[in-house]
Write a new protein. Sequence first.
Length: 156
Amino acid sequence: MSTYKFSAQPVTILLVDDDEDCRQLIRDAIESGKLDNPVYEVSSGEEALMFLRREGIYKDAPRPGLVYLDIEMPGIGGQETLKAIREDARFSDVAVVMMTGVTDDDQKRLAMANGANSYTNKPTDAMTFMYTVVQSTNYWLRIHQFPKPEEGIQAA
C-alpha cells in the first residue's frame, strides 16, 4: 500500500482519543499498513482544538488532513470537538472520521449532522480494529484531495 500524496508531503494524521491503548492500536495499524504518513496524537478534545489552531505547545504543529476522533472523552467530547472543527472555515477540508465504541444510531446521525466525513465503530478485537483503521486510512488518502500542508491556515 502506498501513501497518496496529492501535495508534496504525506498527509498528516491526528489521533484524538483519551484511551492510550486505542491510540496505540491505530498507530500500529498505520505502521502495519506501510503508510508513511506522520501521525500525531492528543488525548482530549481541548488538545485537538489547540493542535489544529496551533495554540500553546502546538504552535509549530503540522496541519493534519485526516483526524480520527473518539466520541466519548472527558471534558470536550468528540461531538463538541467536531462541531468546533466544522465551525472554523480553516478546517473545512480536513477529513474527520469518528471512531468509537458507541453503537447508538442517534450518535451516528448526530456525528453526520455535525459534519463528520465518516463514522466507524471500534471493533472489539484488535485484528479487526487494525484492519478497519488501515482500510479507512487508505480510503481517505486515496479519494480526498488534501491541500498542501501550509495552505490556507494561519494561527488564530
